[in-house]
Write a protein that binds this ligand. Structure first.
Ligand code: FEO
Length: 399
């Protein structure tokens, strides 16, 4: 069996994008893959395609197995362009008998490509289609992470084609989770969840429960990005369960930006207080951390403490931009606090408190404002604030 074969007759035919470093605002330092899968059965079936720029790789991989014009069915598990961008040209080349998609998938495909004449076959949760020796069971997964999203389960082989779910932006020549460093796979899976799926956590939790209730005999989970889970499925399923329940660790995150180091000095003093209280911390200076890496840390932190100097009666722009991004991802079940230095007006702390409240983060402090440069007395106030927030975190974990 080749390295690209998931089971006999089930092939990975996707593309590796070694170069991508920005995925609409998400930093992809390790590149990504666009996974597509070819099942050779009486009905030859292609599950998903790839980003248009990588269509040549897809076709080369298919041709190594079969003439692409022999493909009978195309399954579109997700319409986003990184998986459907090659579809118009492939449709012209392959002329498949059927294109399977969810009800919302058909609408989205027509809105993207304006080809209502394509041979759509709309499938719903529970619909089964025979490919010959194999059966595909479709499972709609609305808002995981688009309205059109669905999973396809290849019953006889126990392979779940899970679209974006359980994916990672990770380019590699290896195809499976047991062939690469698992700590890197989990790190990239965490980042993927925090930046793509976080806002849908309540829906994802319900969906995971309903899939567990289906008692599918899942032997392999094949997402559309990164490596395929064939050994550590329980690890990624447990992580999704935790993340989708918005469970965090006994950890505080201090996210700050500073003009002339006063807010930064405050941040380090708050950090000292948190450490004294026995809480693990991470310091995140927005001048050096990318927003998508910060969100990865937000996912696992119980306390979010924000610091910004006041600039032009507002927040420093990196903080304002980060809060816009964070708000969209809807982190919940956290406590928060704010601090910052100012010169004469001092609006930043109030704005940070408002942002935390808007995100339904429980603000447990009034907020600490310090004029210009903190002296030792003021730094002690910062440490005191850190101790109080740290105690609140500890109390939550002792309940
Ligand atoms: Fe990988 Fe939602 O596309």
């Amino acid at each position: 069996m080749s390295n690209n074969e998931l089971a006999k007759g089930v092939h990975w035919v996707g593309a590796v994008d070694w170069d991508i470093r920005d995925f609409h605002g998400y930093s992809t330092y390790k590149g990504t893959t666009y996974n597509a899968f070819l099942v050779v059965d009486e009905k030859v079936t292609l599950f998903d395609t790839v980003k248009r720029s990588h269509m040549g790789d897809l076709l080369r991989n298919i041709r190594a197995i079969i003439d692409p014009t022999k493909i009978d069915y195309i399954v579109v598990n997700h319409v986003e362009m990184d998986h459907s961008g090659s579809l118009p040209e492939l449709m012209d080349l392959i002329k498949p008998e059927k294109v399977f998609c969810s009800p919302m998938g058909k609408k989205a495909l027509i809105d993207h490509f304006h080809k209502p004449e394509w041979p759509f076959e709309v499938v719903k949760s529970g619909t089964e289609v025979s490919l010959g020796k194999r059966t595909v069971q479709f499972i709609e997964t609305r808002m995981l992470h688009w309205p059109d999203s669905m999973f396809s389960f290849l019953k006889e082989d126990g392979i779940l084609f899970s679209s974006d779910a359980f994916g990672q932006h990770l380019a590699s020549s290896e195809r499976f989770d047991d062939e690469v460093d698992l700590s890197i796979v989990m790190k990239e899976s965490t980042k993927y969840y925090a930046n793509i799926l976080y806002l849908f956590s309540p829906l994802i939790n319900k969906l995971l429960k309903s899939i567990a209730d289906m008692n599918l005999d899942i032997k392999m989970i094949a997402p559309d990005h990164g490596v395929i889970w064939r050994t550590h499925q329980s690890k990624i399923l447990a992580a999704y369960d935790k993340w989708s329940k918005n469970e965090a660790d006994k950890k505080a995150l201090i996210i700050y930006d500073s003009m002339w180091h006063s807010t930064e000095t405050m941040a380090y003093a708050v950090n000292d207080g948190l450490l004294e209280a026995g809480v693990s911390t991470n310091m995140v200076n927005l001048q050096v951390h990318h927003r998508s890496d910060v969100m990865t840390q937000v996912l696992g932190a119980k306390a979010i403490i924000l610091g910004s100097s006041t600039l032009n009666n507002g927040l420093l722009p990196r903080m304002a931009g980060f809060l816009m991004y964070m708000r969209g991802l809807k982190p919940t079940n956290k406590i928060g606090a704010a601090f910052g230095s100012f010169g004469w007006s001092g609006e930043a702390v109030g704005l940070l408190n408002t942002a935390l409240t808007d995100m339904k983060i429980d603000v447990i402090e009034d907020g600490l404002k310090i004029k210009y440069v903190p002296d030792e007395e003021k730094l002690e106030e910062c440490r005191e604030m850190g101790r109080r927030v740290g105690k609140a975190v500890c109390d939550i974990f002792e309940e």
